[in-house]
Design a protein around this ligand. Structure first.
Ligand SMILES: [Zn+2]
Length: 185
């Protein structure tokens, strides 16, 4: 379900997490050259890299019927302070390009209104707590009965996309699916 690559056995994420999204997929593993590219994309001001990833992600949509059914493509938001530091939200760049490629509407549906700590060194409970009430729907946006396709650069622990899925479902979305450029190993 979560899109991790398995060589047998059960996925620890899918066993441990009450995943609220329907499906998560990514065209690439977060390794080697892909990892370097995503780093340059996020931290070295190369927004064009996002358009390159969008093409690979469009191929995933072409091969996955439940993605093709989505009504709206939306990015995982950055807090405005971080967006100002970086100059752009990498997920917005991917999501906008993807919307053009596959012909599904693009909309920014939610915002991150807390400048959350980095998730990297937190355990699962701390990560969830760190994101409590971190996201809310943008004013005037409605997700009722919508099938939402949520876009991010990397699927790492799934905590962030799960929190946003919860927000959309609480506001009446009929489903949330997740597509990222890469999947952490
Ligand atoms: Zn899984």
């Amino acid at each position: 379900m979560c899109g991790s690559s398995l060589s047998g056995g059960h996925c620890p994420f899918c066993l441990d997490t009450e995943a609220l999204f329907w499906l998560a997929r990514a065209p690439y593993m977060y390794l080697g050259g892909i990892r370097n590219l995503i780093h340059s994309f996020k931290y070295e001001s190369y927004p064009m890299i996002g358009k390159w990833f969008a093409h690979a992600m469009a191929d995933v949509i072409d091969s996955e019927p439940s993605f093709q059914d989505c009504d709206v493509i939306t990015p995982v938001p950055l807090h405005f302070v971080r967006k100002r530091e970086r100059g752009y939200n990498q997920s917005e760049i991917i999501a906008r390009e993807l919307s053009k490629l596959v012909g599904i509407d693009y909309a920014v549906l939610c915002k991150r209104h807390r400048h959350t700590k980095s998730q990297t060194h937190l355990n699962k409970q701390e990560r969830e707590h760190n994101l409590d009430r971190a996201f809310s729907l943008c004013r005037g946006k409605d997700v009722a009965n919508a099938k939402v396709l949520l876009i991010d650069d990397v699927f790492t622990t799934g905590t962030t996309v799960n929190k946003i899925s919860e927000l959309f479902l609480e506001n009446g979305a009929s489903s949330v699916s997740v597509l990222t450029a890469a999947r952490a190993v």
